[in-house]
Design a protein around this ligand. Structure first.
Ligand SMILES: CCCCCCCCCC(=O)SCCNC(=O)CCNC(=O)[C@H](O)C(C)(C)COP(=O)(O)OP(=O)(O)OC[C@H]1O[C@@H](n2cnc3c(N)ncnc32)[C@H](O)[C@@H]1OP(=O)(O)O
Length: 194
């Protein structure tokens, strides 16, 4: 046994997260990180269009309206879509630490069915950091930030460099992205992280 674990519980030696001094100000909207992201991209007609705002700790909030294209059962959201909304919100926490990180593990509890047209109120926070691993938790509430709890998640994100995407992404999209000055600006914001 190597002792490695992907469990979403922070291991001994994990430290509390520190809000980066250049993190977006509390209440500031964190724009889409990629036009064609299924979670937040404006260029995906049936995407989730999750809109995330910075919180005052190492946390973010978001809203997501469930649309007809997101059904799994008649009139109800697909669980995978709901997990995606959580994943997108959790992924935005990278802005608060000023690191790029990808989902390594996402454990989701589905507590209530979520009807089409519901506005889900999402909240995510970093709970601990251990090396490149970022531990985080999220909730999704129906109807308002204090509404009934419909979703709960725990996750481990793993810090990566921009090269992760250049190495693994499809060349056509990588080239188009690198040719887009706005997109390069997003990447640079993270590359200067000390
Ligand atoms: C510009 C902003 C972009 C933000 C995008 C956000 C979008 C929304 C979030 C997403 O959906 S991201 C897309 C879904 N996720 C992926 O595609 C990730 C696919 N997996 C990988 O690319 C690699 O497996 C990964 C980068 C996660 C890890 O590979 P590495 O070779 O870099 O890690 P390594 O094996 O060296 O392990 C580093 C540490 O992470 C831990 N680790 C690795 N994989 C893990 C895992 N799957 N879960 C939990 N922990 C993991 C590993 O145990 C180790 O811990 P220790 O340092 O304590 O030993």
């Amino acid at each position: 046994m190597s002792g490695r674990t992907t469990a979403p519980t922070p291991p001994d030696g994990a430290v509390p997260p520190v809000r980066h001094p250049d993190a977006p100000a509390p209440g500031e909207t964190i724009g889409s990180h990629y036009e064609y992201c299924f979670g937040c991209g404006p260029g995906v007609p049936h995407g989730l269009h999750v809109e995330v705002r910075a919180g005052d700790g190492v946390c973010v909030s978001a809203e997501f309206r469930v649309k007809e294209a997101h059904q799994g059962a008649p009139g109800l959201a697909h669980g995978g879509v709901l997990a995606t909304a959580l994943d997108e919100t959790l992924g935005s926490l990278g802005w608060m630490l000023r690191v790029i990180a990808v989902t390594g593990r996402l454990e989701t509890d589905f507590l209530l069915p979520v009807p089409v047209d519901t506005v889900l109120h999402l909240h995510a926070e970093v709970t601990a950091v251990h090396g490149r691993k970022i531990y985080a938790a999220a909730t999704g509430r129906i109807g308002g930030p204090e509404g009934p709890l419909a979703l709960r998640a725990e996750a481990v994100f793993v810090e990566v460099k921009v090269d992760h995407f250049i190495e693994h992404g499809r060349p056509a999209e990588i080239q188009a992205t690198l040719a887009n000055p706005d997109q390069v600006k997003v990447a640079r914001a993270f590359e200067v992280n000390p």
